[in-house]
Design a protein around this ligand. Structure first.
Ligand SMILES: Nc1ncnc2c1ncn2[C@@H]1O[C@H](COP(=O)(O)OP(=O)(O)OP(=O)(O)O)[C@@H](O)[C@H]1O
Ligand SMILES: [Mg+2]
Length: 324
């Protein structure tokens, strides 16, 4: 039996737009092993959030899962009904969304929202536990905050409240979507250390989505690089950073290094990512790639194994196979 906490197999997702299906995630495979922290990296619009929202399915009825499966501890969850999903949320899988208002009821006090969780999952959550969870995520005046309404909180504070709700029941899997983007730099390390700590001490597996290579380097042991609704590269973090294979990953790392080295003019990648409406059956990075050749236009390259990574680029495929 497969021991992974999560297995996403060939998932296809999209939205209904003007009466037509618009595909935004095009056959993603992803797994999370027990006690593992994985990262998902990629430019804006690459499909990172939509992929993980499809696991949790909160306020996201509009995402259409067109194909593939999502196995949580070997149980296929894409077909679960709302009641079954409610039983899973926060108890088995927690999701800290990029936009915390997706997870909070604006017109309920924070305290009440913790009590709702305890009611749904028939476990007791005491006031002391709430205070501790809120202070664990760096909230300085938890007693005041827990009596406030969600709509009264700033984005960064609301995100930390959802963080506290996500750890209180100690679910085996936590998904953090841009956990440090809405908070002050001074708090960033605290949040990352907290994620590290719950992973280390409680064995909680974590998926962290970020634009920030430093966050991935600090936390994750494996990374998926996404672009155009596809995984373009996957591998152990050191291997991907020190020996990136896909031209897109190489470019991403050049951008980060240029900022880190404080170069006079920051390096930036030319062009912009393709809009899903214009997706074609070719390499999605084609138009921005300095190494493109005619094989890139034939079809979407397969994800193949190379030097312990998985990479989706014709450079790593035998010419005879790339033509097929
Ligand atoms: N509700 C929606 N309806 C239609 N299209 C959507 C919807 N939500 C997302 N999309 C589209 O799906 C694609 C992937 O979006 P997603 O939010 O997953 O990107 P992302 O990689 O998380 O980007 P970011 O780094 O900006 O958060 C984008 O092209 C986006 O415009
Ligand atoms: Mg996102």
């Amino acid at each position: 039996m497969n021991k992974n906490i999560l297995d996403i197999n060939n998932i296809n997702l999209g939205f209904q737009l003007d009466g037509k299906f618009m595909e935004v995630v095009r056959g993603v495979d992803l797994y999370v092993a027990p006690h593992e922290i994985i990262g998902i990296l990629g430019e804006s619009g690459s499909g990172k959030s939509v992929t993980v929202k499809s696991i949790f399915r909160i306020n996201e009825e509009e995402i259409i899962i067109q194909g593939g499966e999502i196995l949580f501890r070997n149980q296929e969850i894409t077909k679960l009904n709302e009641k079954e999903m409610t039983n899973l949320r926060f108890k088995e899988i927690a999701y800290i969304p990029q936009n915390p208002s997706d997870a909070l009821n604006p017109y309920q006090t924070i305290k009440k929202q913790f009590f709702e969780l305890s009611k749904i999952h028939k476990t007791k959550i005491s006031l002391e536990q709430i205070v501790r969870a809120l202070s664990d995520v760096g909230i300085e005046n938890p007693e005041t905050i827990m009596n406030m309404y969600a709509y009264q909180l700033s984005g960064g504070l609301a995100q930390r409240v959802v963080f506290a709700m996500s750890i209180i029941l100690e679910p085996p899997l936590i998904i953090a979507d841009e956990p440090t983007s809405a908070i002050d730099a001074s708090l960033k390390k605290n949040i990352l250390d907290l994620l590290k700590k719950i992973n280390h001490e409680k064995g909680i597996s974590i998926i962290v989505i970020t634009h920030d290579f430093d966050v991935i380097k600090y936390l994750a042991n494996r990374v998926y690089v996404m672009y155009g609704g596809l995984v373009l590269e996957e591998g152990k973090i050191d291997g991907v950073i020190n020996n990136p294979l896909h031209p897109y990953t190489v470019e991403l790392i050049k951008c980060v290094e240029s900022i880190e080295n404080n170069e006079e003019r920051f390096y930036s990648m030319e062009g912009t990512p393709e809009n899903p409406l214009n997706f074609r059956n070719t390499c999605p990075f084609l138009n921005r790639c300095s190494e493109r050749n005619s094989l890139c236009e034939i079809k979407i390259p397969e994800l193949v194994e190379f030097n312990d990574h998985l990479v989706r680029c014709v450079k790593y495929i035998k010419e005879s196979d790339a033509n097929e």
